[in-house]
Design a binder for this molecule. Structure first.
Ligand SMILES: Cc1ncc(C[n+]2csc(CCOP(=O)(O)OP(=O)(O)O)c2C)c(N)n1
Ligand SMILES: [Mg+2]
Length: 673
């Protein structure tokens, strides 16, 4: 609790209604001052939030990351002023009244939507509707898994979510609630802000869904209450806490509750109420204070909640200190992988350089995972129903099942978007390093949550196999073309496309070490030769060559006449082309393997120049050209895809689309002669 709060003394008994009205006033005044924002949702859900916080939630603003705290997720992120008002009232150190006065301004902590890492206590970034509730499913699952490992004495908390009509209309919510219901995530409690209003007007314009029935069908415990009846809300939370299933509490509310003329109207959704309506609201709710003024007695009542949380945290710390689980839990929550993981990967690389192992990179990934998962149990795998295609499960990984959370493999079902959001939640919760698989083409389906992995800087590892026309017969519906460009365009995301088993192990190592960045491992279905041995002077070294993003795999004896740059399965083609150019045309060709653009971009200019060389460059990648001009320059050429793929055996497709050593040789001749 901060010093500002410590000085306060109770003046009078304060009602929860007054406490809720403080939220209403702060929300409408901040939005008015910013001349931008969403007052309706915070005003409508102020009563529910007050009951939740005043009677139930266990958080400690003076230790916002205490591992056993309850998680609060504002899935309806446009209502960010609800969260900021709560944080101010509870006394988070970084959420002084000045921050509310600077709502939505550059450099303030009060960004338009809640952003993870931007202010203390924000558990996840929300705003893209549906993400919060789906991320919360991952948090609630992580809680159960951590409890299974370290005991209920140390891990025993709830994940509370406020979701609006929008969150429940979004498709991702379906994936998330189905998964949560199936897994019986009983510590997940979702409040639906059932105000029957969204931006365009009443929700009846676009939906007839019986939401309680939908949740029931997914296996949830469902209750409906008047969201302004505080006793009813409290009783519902108590019942939800007792349930052995996740809970939906449908809270019938009025958007903009308290505003006498605009309450209940979509006009309060995303615009300031205006001076006249704000004055009328003050009158209506009996709030006689100036903008941004909260009387001491009300503030004190809020700060008492924080004290309760602090006491709970202290008690937990005592239990932790006395627990034999202490070290294991602390190191899991810190996310520190043991050195043995990286030693195992080093030994793995040495072994396979020596054996010149020829496997598909998806298979190489499985083999590397075998070493990783044997060396640590912090990794938690899964797949969106493609386990035996993505090759994401390894020996001895037990599956997570309803009421059995001791395993470490999650069958996410055919829910790519839900899987990605759940992995965000698992990573944010702490205690695990999540990875999950699907086909690269379905990165489209997972994209909304992948973007948030990157924005939040979470160590989530996407294992995306079947990465090009090389998957063959399944055809263009399954053959990614534009996906690499899309993923590479995403800030703070490492996209790895390894060329062989050695690079695959290196890329896994880099992904595991990227604590503040998600990674995508882009892997082939088809077998690929081990290239490192054949074309580098020293086949095995402890150095992780992929760590620089790109490196010279093959340097010709003579001065380079051309540099061939490729990734993944096309590096083999580049090497074959270089050999052909040398033997048939006496053209000296270098080959650069570029498994990770992002890491190469981060190298110093001298290194980049040395790798790229000054000779003309040709890029070879069985994907769209977009982005490659960055590396090949004005004088370069590109050998790759210009449209969608086709259904046929992979070798036929490579020939059909002219992605062959002959085509690369021809492009070289055209370029330099
Ligand atoms: C994925 C996504 N689509 C669209 C939006 C834009 N948007 C923000 S709020 C909103 C309406 C949400 O309605 P509801 O959840 O009922 O909120 P309420 O109006 O009740 O506050 C929309 C469409 C968004 N933030 N995210
Ligand atoms: Mg609504």
């Amino acid at each position: 609790m901060n010093s500002q709060a410590a000085a306060l003394k109770p003046v009078a008994a304060v009602s929860e209604r007054d406490m809720a009205n403080a939220i209403r006033a702060l929300a409408m005044d901040s939005v008015q001052k910013a001349n931008s924002g969403h007052p309706g949702m915070p005003m409508g859900m102020a009563d529910v939030a007050t009951v939740l916080f005043s009677r139930f939630i266990n958080i400690d603003p003076s230790a916002p990351n205490w591992p056993d705290r309850d998680r609060f997720v504002l899935s309806a992120g446009h209502g960010s002023m609800l969260q900021y008002a709560l944080h101010f009232l509870l006394g988070y150190d970084d959420m002084r009244i000045e921050e509310l006065q600077r709502f939505r301004q550059l450099g303030s902590r009060t960004a338009g939507h809640p952003e993870y890492g931007h202010a203390l206590g924000i558990e996840t970034t929300t705003g893209p509707l549906g993400q919060g509730i789906s991320t919360a499913v991952g948090m609630a699952l992580a809680e159960r898994m951590l409890a299974a490992r370290h005991g209920a004495d140390l891990v025993d908390h709830f994940t509370y979510v406020i979701a609006g009509d929008g969150c429940l209309q979004e498709g991702i919510s379906h994936e998330a609630i189905d998964l949560a219901g199936h897994l019986k995530l009983s510590r997940l409690i979702v409040f639906w802000d059932d105000n029957a209003i969204s931006i365009d007007g009443p929700t009846s314009l676009s939906t007839s869904m019986d939401q309680p029935a939908r949740f029931k069908a997914a296996g949830w415990h469902v209750q409906s209450v008047d969201g302004h009846d505080m006793e009813a809300v409290a009783a519902a939370i108590e019942a939800a806490q007792q349930s052995d299933r996740p809970s939906l509490i449908a809270c019938r509310t009025m958007i903009g509750k308290g505003a006498p003329n605009l309450g209940g109207s979509e006009k309060t959704h995303g615009a300031p109420l205006g001076d006249a309506e704000i004055a009328a609201t003050r009158e209506n709710i009996g709030w006689a204070y100036a903008p941004f003024e909260v009387p001491d007695d009300i503030l004190f009542a809020w700060r008492e909640i924080a004290e309760r949380g602090q006491a709970a945290r202290h008690a937990w710390e005592q239990r932790l200190a006395a627990s034999p689980q202490r070290q294991a839990l602390e190191s899991a929550v810190a996310g520190n992988l043991p050195d043995t993981v990286f030693e195992a990967l080093g030994a793995f690389r040495k072994e396979h350089v020596e054996k010149a192992t020829k496997v598909a990179t998806r298979k190489a990934s499985e083999m590397a995972l075998g070493a990783i998962n044997a060396a640590t149990d912090l990794t938690v795998g899964g797949s969106a129903d493609l386990t035996h295609s993505n090759l994401t499960i390894t020996k001895g990984m037990d599956r997570i099942a309803p009421d059995d959370y001791a395993g470490r493999y999650i069958h996410y079902g055919i829910r790519e978007h839900g899987m990605a959001a759940a992995m965000n939640g698992i990573a944010l919760h702490g205690g695990f390093v999540p990875y999950g698989g699907t086909f690269l083409c379905f990165a489209d389906y997972a994209r909304g949550a992948m973007r948030l992995s990157a924005l939040m800087g979470q160590r989530v590892i996407y294992v995306m196999t079947h990465d090009s026309i090389g998957l063959g017969e399944d055809g263009p519906t399954h053959q990614p073309v534009e996906h690499l460009a899309m993923l590479r365009a995403t800030p703070n995301l490492n996209v790895f496309r390894p060329a062989d088993i050695i690079e695959t192990a290196e890329c896994w190592e880099l992904a595991l070490k990227s604590k503040n960045r998600p990674s995508v491992l882009v892997l082939s279905r088809q077998n690929l030769p081990m290239l490192r041995q054949a074309h580098s002077e020293e086949a095995h070294s402890d150095e992780n060559r992929s760590s620089q993003g790109a490196y010279i795999l093959r340097e010709p004896a003579e001065h380079r006449a051309v540099t061939l740059i490729a990734t993944g399965s096309e590096v083999e083609i580049a090497v074959a082309a270089a050999e052909r150019l040398e033997t048939e045309h006496r053209i000296a060709a270098a080959v650069v393997s570029m498994p990770c653009w992002e890491l190469f971009e981060e190298q110093d200019a001298d290194y980049r120049k040395a790798v790229l060389g000054s000779a003309p460059r040709i890029a070879i990648e069985a994907a769209a050209r977009l982005g490659w001009d960055r590396w090949i320059g004005d004088t370069g050429a590109f050998v790759g895809m210009a449209g969608f793929g086709a259904s046929a055996p992979a070798p036929d497709l490579y020939r059909h689309f002219d992605i062959t050593p002959e085509a690369v040789a021809a492009a070289t001749l055209k370029l330099i002669i």
